[in-house]
Design a protein around this ligand. Structure first.
Ligand SMILES: *[C@@H]1O[C@H](CO)[C@@H](O)[C@H](O)[C@H]1NC(C)=O
Ligand SMILES: *[C@@H]1O[C@H](CO)[C@@H](O)[C@H](O)[C@H]1NC(C)=O
Ligand SMILES: *[C@@H]1O[C@H](CO)[C@@H](O)[C@H](O)[C@H]1NC(C)=O
Ligand SMILES: *[C@@H]1O[C@H](CO)[C@@H](O)[C@H](O)[C@H]1NC(C)=O
Ligand SMILES: *[C@@H]1O[C@H](CO)[C@@H](O)[C@H](O)[C@H]1NC(C)=O
Ligand SMILES: *[C@@H]1O[C@H](CO)[C@@H](O)[C@H](O)[C@H]1NC(C)=O
Ligand SMILES: *[C@@H]1O[C@H](CO)[C@@H](O)[C@H](O)[C@H]1NC(C)=O
Ligand SMILES: *[C@@H]1O[C@H](CO)[C@@H](O)[C@H](O)[C@H]1NC(C)=O
Ligand SMILES: *[C@@H]1O[C@H](CO)[C@@H](O)[C@H](O)[C@H]1NC(C)=O
Ligand SMILES: *[C@@H]1O[C@H](CO)[C@@H](O)[C@H](O)[C@H]1NC(C)=O
Length: 547
């Protein structure tokens, strides 16, 4: 009797749960909300794995971590740290209030929840606003913690110390840096670290928990989703760890098609546009931020250089070495669980280190870059394509062979999840015209200044943009959209003409889509990526080349 009543109520309860998620009803399951749908499976002939696709990039393994012997303390899972199980020290100058130094590492920070109030929305959260339900979600996310990219500053620093050991009778360190006497370089290159795997796995778990109900749409049509990534080893592992978190092990291997797009010079790939955008690597265009950051560093660490130089003979420290040692603090922590380098630096050093990254990213990939919007145009076009269910035009990094084929670029999914690099995420935010990130204007290049743009909040490891499409009962029209970056809901009233201030960051879906179509039209890939022009740091170019 009880069961019969319950069963007859099920369809009603199920639809009620979709309309108002606050209803909290325990509806059990029907055949339409069991995932995976029966009869579906991954087609590995159509979606081949990593070894088949190739182009894994550099894959240098490192030394095994041994934090149980090297860390200053044992990690505590007490909710106090945003980056369990990493262990970090307080800064050298022991500030009166404890700080979490991992939040000052720019793109080497582990991602952390950013409050919406950072961008001006004080009273909202990613939870669906009252009266709204999420009908579709688009996730763009970065790989978790990795080793340094090939040839980055830490390995050069290690080589400098090794050189000193071979020549001039070696070096001798004492005091705070006496650990350098027996220190060896232990990092590999490019690969995801164990902590990095955790970050992507956890994103997948969290995504399933928040948005699992949207899998019912696939069940209804007996399909499984296509999630995309690039061919570099860490990118493939990123998508796999995300899928493992979302679907379980070994279920993920048969419940989602992972599409691996080739990342190689000259290949059209929206996840790696620098492979076809020539100006991306030209010093006076795509990398003006790197130059500005290095220049800033020259004056930022003099006191620290003097202090540390007093404790070493046989090596002369430069500002480049300070950045390398700060990066070793970040990379060793992210890869080995702890680093002795961190406690060499003061709170102000960490603030300058963060600003170094703020400059680099604002001018390489943010509003201050002349090629950021062009490089982000690929993903922007693909978002618009999915919003309008029309294949994108390939006048940018879009690969039309893939995007004109609904097998590789489906247009009707309720859930999308693409993995890429932090530079491309930021290029895409610039192309999306998410101006709230850049609202305080161009960053001064000579002096650290408070700014709305903080690299550790925008491009950290496992950073992720979540675009929610919602159906709301109290708005007109009912279809709404909003943009959420690392849990911060972004205001979009300044981004898209026709959007008003809304305390939940909502705007009409159609209004935003037409603004984005205008944005696609105004971004000139051919000129910005291949034109002959000179850009300089200090400007807000809205991500586009000066004319
Ligand atoms: C939001 O909160 C910040 C401080 O957290 C405050 O400065 C700002 O005025 C508030 N904005 C609004 C619109 O309430
Ligand atoms: C190491 O020494 C060699 C030979 O003197 C020099 O060419 C090289 O640049 C040095 N490398 C570093 C990182 O200092
Ligand atoms: C999406 O389109 C494919 C064919 O292109 C179709 O098989 C599938 O049922 C559609 N899914 C939805 C949710 O409409
Ligand atoms: C498009 O992608 C496919 C598959 O990754 C690749 O083989 C092809 O070279 C790409 N096309 C272009 C024009 O780069
Ligand atoms: C810091 O040191 C550099 C290199 O020695 C020097 O050029 C610069 O003037 C110094 N800056 C400050 C602010 O003292
Ligand atoms: C360090 O700088 C001093 C002074 O410029 C110089 O005499 C010395 O040779 C340098 N040492 C090394 C190892 O480069
Ligand atoms: C590759 O990109 C170029 C430049 O945007 C474009 O002209 C070409 O059509 C694209 N090729 C494919 C197969 O998408
Ligand atoms: C997913 O299913 C829900 C409930 O039927 C519906 O409201 C929503 O529009 C669907 N989403 C997509 C993208 O089809
Ligand atoms: C982008 O944002 C700026 C201001 O933040 C605005 O003036 C402009 O109209 C926007 N562009 C588009 C295409 O919506
Ligand atoms: C680019 O422009 C500069 C300045 O106008 C000019 O000197 C240079 O020759 C041009 N380069 C190319 C490749 O056209």
């Amino acid at each position: 009797m009880y069961f019969a009543t319950l069963i007859s109520l099920l369809p009603l309860l199920a639809s009620a749960a979709v309309v108002n998620k606050r209803a909290d009803s325990d509806v059990g399951s029907t055949t339409s909300d069991v995932y995976p749908p029966t009869g579906t499976s991954v087609n590995s002939a159509v979606f081949p794995g990593e070894s088949k696709v190739g182009y894994p990039g550099v894959t240098v393994t490192g030394v095994e971590p041994a934090a149980i012997q090297t860390a200053a303390s044992y990690p505590s899972n007490d909710g106090q740290s945003s980056s369990y199980p990493l262990v970090v020290d307080q800064p050298e100058d022991n500030p009166s209030e404890d700080i979490d130094i991992t939040k000052y590492w720019g793109n080497l920070s582990p991602w952390y929840s950013v409050p919406s109030s950072s961008y001006g929305l004080n009273e909202t959260s990613p939870l669906a606003p009252e009266g709204c339900s999420v009908t579709q979600v688009h996730l763009l996310y970065r790989h978790g913690a990795r080793y340094p990219t090939s040839g980055a500053a830490p390995s050069t620093f290690a080589a400098k110390l090794a050189n000193a050991t071979k020549q001039n009778g070696g070096f001798k360190a004492s005091g705070e840096i006496d650990f350098l006497n027996s220190w060896t370089y232990k990092l590999g290159a490019e690969l995801l670290t164990p902590f990095g795997r955790l970050q992507n796995f956890e994103l997948g778990v969290s995504f399933r928990q928040q948005y699992g109900h949207l899998l019912n749409n696939f069940t209804e049509t007996s399909t499984i989703p296509v999630f995309r990534t690039e061919s570099q080893d860490r990118m493939v592992k990123t998508a796999e760890n995300f899928a493992a978190g979302m679907f379980g092990v070994p279920e993920y291997m048969d419940q989602v098609n992972i599409e691996i797009m080739i990342e190689a010079s000259g290949v059209n790939n929206t996840g790696a546009p620098y492979e076809t955008c020539t100006n991306s690597n030209v010093p006076s265009r795509g990398s003006i931020g790197s130059t500005a950051a290095s220049k800033f560093a020259v004056n930022a660490f003099n006191g620290t250089i003097e202090r540390l130089q007093g404790q070493i003979q046989g090596v002369n420290f430069t500002s480049t070495d300070m950045i390398a040692m700060l990066q070793l603090c970040s990379y060793e922590t992210d890869a080995l669980g702890y680093s002795s380098f961190c406690k060499l630096f003061t709170k102000e050093d960490f603030e300058n280190y963060e600003y170094y990254y703020d400059l680099s990213f604002y001018y390489n990939n943010g509003a201050g870059s002349p090629v950021a919007a062009a490089q982000g145009k690929g993903f922007l076009s693909e978002f618009v394509a999915r919003f309008t269910q029309t294949a994108p035009i390939a006048d940018n990094s879009v690969n039309s062979t893939l995007d004109n084929d609904k097998t590789y670029f489906p247009l009707n999914q309720s859930i999308y999840a693409d993995a890429t690099h932090e530079v491309i995420l930021l290029d895409t935010f610039t192309a999306l015209n998410l101006s709230a990130l850049f609202s305080s204007g161009p960053l001064p290049v000579d002096k650290r200044t408070k700014s709305s743009f903080k690299a550790s909040q925008v491009v950290p490891f496992a950073t992720h943009l979540t675009i929610q499409k919602l159906s709301c009962s109290d708005t007109s029209p009912s279809d709404q959209i909003r943009f959420i970056l690392n849990d911060a809901v972004l205001p979009i009233d300044q981004s898209y003409p026709g959007c008003q201030y809304n305390k939940d960051g909502l705007c009409s879906f159609d209004t935003v889509v037409s603004a984005l179509q205008k944005r696609v039209a105004e971004i000139d890939w051919a000129y910005d990526c291949h034109g002959n022009y000179t850009a300089t740091p200090g400007n807000d170019y809205n991500g586009r080349a000066p004319r």
